[in-house]
Ligand binder design. Structure first.
Ligand code: ADE
Length: 229
């Protein structure tokens, strides 16, 4: 491992990561800022992509192709679907899908386009490290499916569709696009989220209230994982 990328989607998701490092070098590229740090002899590049699959894909590809990162980690918040997941709880994705990718009109399953696959799996090695770290620190972490789409989900109807179609445990707006980029470029990746809301009525209010505290939960766990890489 020579260079690690750590992404969030929003500034609030990377602020608590950046707080762990001094001597940050900022590089501007493609209307975004990339924060370079050296930590325990390892080079790390941190950035928030801005919300949604397009910005997240651009940032992931930039971190890999321009900054030459060979491992990509994502830290942030998600809406919970699995009833076991309460606000602040942590989920690591074993696989991700795009819940809003829809060419079912042509007989394909939801989330599928030719040349791709409905689900993209994260690195088993990184997940194992993350689970070991959780055990050591007595953190309660669920491993499950994360569904991604360019929608802030705030209705039981949409949430139920995503649950029943993809058996998803949580949903957000970037993970699966990062997964497709990393998988295509053969870069091991890992997606960690802490729950900020339950993706139904009132999700917008909970999101505003819990974004910061849940982003901190995710970032603190992520730093403990980085310590083991
Ligand atoms: N990220 C956190 N909560 C979310 C929600 N309800 N919908 C989409 N992305 C989210």
């Amino acid at each position: 491992m020579t260079k690690i990328a750590i992404m969030g989607a929003m500034e609030e998701e990377i602020e608590p990561l950046l707080a762990h490092f001094d001597n940050v070098n900022i590089v501007e590229f493609a209307n975004n800022k990339y924060y370079e740090v050296s930590y325990k002899g390892v080079e790390i590049v941190i950035a928030y992509s801005k919300i949604g699959k397009v910005f997240a894909s651009l940032t992931a590809a930039t971190m890999i192709e321009k900054f030459e990162c060979d491992t990509l980690l994502f830290s942030g918040v998600a809406g919970g679907i699995n009833p076991k997941l309460k606000i602040g709880d942590l989920i690591i994705a074993d696989k991700l899908c795009q819940h809003d990718l829809d060419i079912t009109a042509f007989g394909h399953p939801n989330g599928f386009v030719p040349g791709g696959s409905v689900f993209v799996e994260t690195s088993e090695k990184l997940r194992t490290i993350a689970k070991d770290v959780a055990k050591e620190n007595e953190l309660n972490v669920i491993e499950g499916t994360i569904a991604t789409g360019d929608q802030f989900v705030h209705s039981s109807e949409r949430k139920d569709f995503i649950e029943s179609t993809f058996k998803a445990d949580a949903l957000e707006m970037e993970g699966a696009s990062v997964a497709v980029v990393c998988d295509s470029l053969n870069v091991p990746f890992f997606v960690l989220r802490a729950i900020s809301d339950s993706a139904d009525g009132g999700a917008d209010i909970d999101f505003d209230e819990f974004l910061k505290s849940s982003a901190i939960n995710s970032a603190n766990y992520m730093i403990k994982i980085v310590d083991k890489l």
